[in-house]
Every structure is written in C-alpha cells, then in structure tokens.
Design a protein around this ligand. Sequence first.
Ligand code: ADP
Length: 482
Amino acid sequence: MKKILFVTSEAHPLIKTGGLADVSGSLPKALAELGTDIRIIIPNYRAIKTSEDIYYKSTLRINGTDVNILETRLPDSDIIVWLVDYPKFFGFPGNPYVNEQGQEWGNNAERFTLFCRVATEIAMNRAYLNWQPDIVHGNDWQSGLVPALLSLEAWHPATVFTIHNMAYQGIFPKSTNTVLDLPESLWTVDGIEYHGQLSFLKSGIAYADHITTVSPTYAQEIQTAAFGYGLEGLLSYRNADLTGIINGIDTEQWNPETDTYLDTPFSSATLSKRLANKLALQAHMALPVDKKIPVFGLISRLVEQKGIDMLLNCLSEMLALPLQFVLLGSGDKDFEEQLLAFAAAHPEKMAVKLGYSEGLAHLIEAGVDVFLMPSRFEPCGLNQIYSQRYGAIPVVRKTGGLADTVTDTTLNSLQDHTATGIVFNDTNSGTLMEAIKRALVLYSQPKLWKQLQITGMDKSYSWQLSAQHYMDLYNRVVDANQ
Ligand code: ADP
C-alpha cells in the first residue's frame, strides 16, 4: 500500500481560507478509498476547529527549538492528521496567513520554514512516528521548501508539488535566508533564489520530482508570461514533469439532495423544488421576494484575480437590467466598500454580505439562477462546479479551470446537450456585460434554461477520476525514484 504524506497549510473542515482547503479535505479521502495510506500534516493554528480527539505524539528538536507533533483525524474520516504544534508561531487568532486585522504575519517565512522542516523530518521517518512515506505531496508555497530540503538527503521519498495558485509565491528578502538558516547550497538561480530574493514557490517547482496544477488549461497558461509571474521559463523547462489534473468536489458536502443548509433539498429529477431556495435566499438577503426575476450571485474572495474591479465597472449598467444580485465575500477593503455602497444605493436589486459563511454559500448556490465568475485567472475554481451541481448557470471567463469545466452555450452545444453555462473571452467589463445579457436572454427561454440546468447537475464532479490520475502519477514517480 502506497504511503503518502500530504503537506498542506489548510484543510477543510479544520481550517479554510480558499480552494486549497477544499482540495486538502477531499482529495486525501478519495486517495484513501483507492487504497493508499495517506496522512496530512498541517500547522496547529489557534483557529483550527474540530471535535475530534487530539493526542500528543512526539517532540522534535528543530534548529534548537522544541516542536510538538499532535495527532488527530480529518473529521468524518479515518485519515490521520499531524498537527505541527508550535504556539509561538501558530497559537494566535487570525487565519493561516494574516492576522485579525488582515495583515500578513510578519514572520511567515519563519513559520512556514519550520512547518517545512517538520514535514521533512516526518518524510525521512525521523519524527518518532515510525512511518516512512513513499511520496511527499506538497501544496502551494507554504510547503515549497520541502522538496528542496529533501533534495539534500542521500535518499528521499518521491516528491510531488501542486500549484493551486501561482499568484501567491512566498517571496522574501535575501536577508531572510540567513534568519532561516537554510543551507547555502540551495541558494542558486536553479534553486530557491528568485532575482536576488527567496521564493518558496520556485523552490517547490525547481526541486519536486513532479509538478501538478489544478487544471489542464492552467498548466498551459502558467508556461506563458501572462500567467507565469516570471516562473514561466522554469515551468516550460520542466514541461515534461508538469501535469494539469482538474479538482473534483466533495460530493457529499455539496449535494443538493441532502444539503442541510438549504431551505428545500432537490435534484435534477425534482428541479421544481429548487424555487423554494430562491425565495428563501431573497428573504434572507432582504430583497423583494419575486420568483420571476432572475437572481445573479457571486461568492468569492474580493480580490483583483476574481475580476471584482471588472464587475464594479459595469455594476451600474448591470443593476439597470431586470435582475437581482446577491454577493457574499470578503477581501480588499476598497472593493468591500464600493460593493456596499452599490447595495445601499440599490436596496431592491442588490444585497451584499461581507464575511465568510459556509451556510449562506450553499443557499446561494441553490437559490441563484446565474452565478458570476469573471476571473482574470482561475487555476481550477470550485464555485462554478458547485453552481452546475446546484442548477445555477455559471457565467465565466475562459481561463484555467473555468475553461475546462464549463461548456459555453452555442447552437452545437445545445444540440448535443453539453451546454452548461456562458463562457466569455476578454477581461473587460464590456464582454462581461454582454455575457450577462446573454444569460438574461437564455433565462427568458425556460425550456433551454432547464436543459442547461439538468446537463450541469447530471455531470460527474467526484474526486474518483482525479484521484486516479494522482495515483497513476504517484506510481510513476515512485518507480522513477527507485
Ligand atoms: P480560491 O481558492 O481562489 O478562493 P475557489 O473557487 O477555488 O477560489 O475556492 C473558493 C472556495 O471558498 C469555495 O469553496 C467558495 O465557496 C469558498 N468561499 C469563498 N469566499 C467565501 C465566503 N465569503 N463565504 C463562504 N465561502 C466562501
């Protein structure tokens, strides 16, 4: 049985800021079902929520510091989770990356270097856990140093590194390198150095045996200057070791037939029941309850990546159309304020909820008619998948995982019953507006609308297929590592 150490900075439901947590909470379960012994390692943040028991396992001495390893389970599973317990770094309120005021932790380089060192010790079976993985699977910059540190060992487990988002690179000044006391031999242009600075993400890309990202289209895009953040050269150089594997979703948690957050559960066979959720959402958001008016929705981190500025540019025009708009999110204060101002000026048409709410996110997916995702780039994206499963029609920009998971509505795709949404090309508010209008035209044709809904709902989004791709990859890298 393959043993995999899954290194991640967040995992649902323990702690979540975005899509990485969804992946870390569900991919390991799917891999366990395929017959692997997979264990997760994550920092023991103060904000971790669990009702599972937590046990002390061992103490490691890392560069003169004692770090405890605790053990718990991923809730609703048998999957072992090791918590890196070092309260001086992780024992504070706030999220994994920023404090309660939204500022990045000043010692993020130290925090995640310690995390990577502990993961490396576990990978080398030197953490008194009596467990030797065959593969170490790291995720995003927070685990980027693990392949580099392992490269210093005479033998090490095979390494896979997944990029969930190139925009977050973990770049720190050169001086940090001294503080972190990383071996000088790693500090090269082929290693962790990035234009005179330290890059955790580059480290993962440069040293891992294999690199994956979360959709085939994004795997191509990041090899170009527009998406590669200066690492496109390295990524094209490593092209033969770079694979795009689309994320699945947790189909138990995101199941409209059993979802307890909904007003009324439904399925593609009982689609008429869906309406009750729309009415409940309108009431919940204090919008006029009207079954006829199309309701648009958006759930997102409010950052430029997600095209929020593009949306703001055409929001007046959008709100002049016969529709309602519900938005849930948090992020840039400036975006938050502008969105609130629009909602205040158009209380009959737009409602904004700032903050994070799992329950409302589910109700929005079940209640809106159209779901907007005008992202500038989107490595995979989950909400457009949840939307399709919940019978909301996604309007998305043609990029990354959005391009790979939503089929644009054309005469052909309607005929062969593959159409599930509306896909537009350019990053400007004009094309976004056109796409919104196309959605309204489609909405006025209930038969076609229902066809799109049912096609989207009946598609398969489970992790099984993607997990099998990871398994095949693990087998290949382990064979090559022997
Ligand atoms: P990213 O990881 O770039 O933020 P994804 O679409 O891959 O984007 O994943 C975002 C996840 O976080 C989805 O599960 C989405 O529903 C959730 N999410 C984002 N913002 C909120 C919010 N304010 N409240 C509830 N869920 C949210």
